[in-house]
Design a protein around this ligand. Sequence first.
Ligand code: SF4
Ligand code: SF4
Length: 300
Amino acid sequence: MLNGIHFLLTYTCNYSCDHCFLYCSPNSKGTFTFAQIKEVLEEAKKIKTVESIYFEGGEPFLYYPIMIEGLKLASNMGFKTGIVTNSYWATSVEDALIWLKPFSDLAISDFSVSDDTFHFGDEETNLAKNAREAANMLKLSSSSISIDEPTVEEGIVKEHEQGTPVIKGGAMFRGRAVETLIKGLPKKPWRSLNRCPYEDLEGLGRVHLDPFGNVHICQGLSIGNFFEIPLSELIEKYDAHSHPICGPLIREGPVGLVNEYSLKHDAEYVDECHFCYLLRLNLLDKFPQYLTPKQVYGIE
Ligand code: SF4
Ligand code: SF4
């Protein structure tokens, strides 16, 4: 049951974080127009089960007026709304108040701020602090997203007994994170990576829509294009088991892709997403309509 629609308002970002699973950077292309947002919201209304609309990116504040108008429209249509931002704009609490003032009239349900060492080197340059303080002053419901450099801790099976190493930090090993954060991390045998642990590939739950019309169920894994088929129809007709990538992933996780398409692979990977992402890279040309856009795989 589709509950949330997340607009990737733009792929452009003023940062190029190591952990970015969409490979965003100042050079990334693609931004929604207001007309496209309006069309999506009208379709979202037809779906009936959609309750919340998020604006994220890339960095949605780079297209501030369009984001505000999109939030207003979504709110007027009866949706709960949310934003995810890296808060680059919160250069002081006073200025952050100016940026956030319009949100207090919009009754935003969730204002999420990235607040970690990937975005801000240290506490002194931590602009998220200003954004959160301003949000609190305006009584916006805010939360933080913290992703840190991966570290390894020994898992404990029973007291005094060590188990499998656990990777801490919260990074997802997809997109640029596969290029930059994998080195030195413990790995697991490929056969054990036989489920998708994070996305509801069958029930959907939430999807991310990009400015090229792709409906992502996981970053770079599309269930169709809403420029070609109206969004409400696409969601209604989505059959996870016949989708060439989601089907095998539901059956056996990344191992399912190996079996289905006889793909070559290494002996071990950091986790399911690391394995899945690398297998998908090998399938890009076979399924260009489902594994898209290439820029989220680091290919210009
Ligand atoms: S993780 Fe967020 S802030 Fe960093 S490059 Fe990606 S979109 Fe930008
Ligand atoms: S296993 Fe694949 S589809 Fe599932 S969350 Fe990881 S990358 Fe996404």
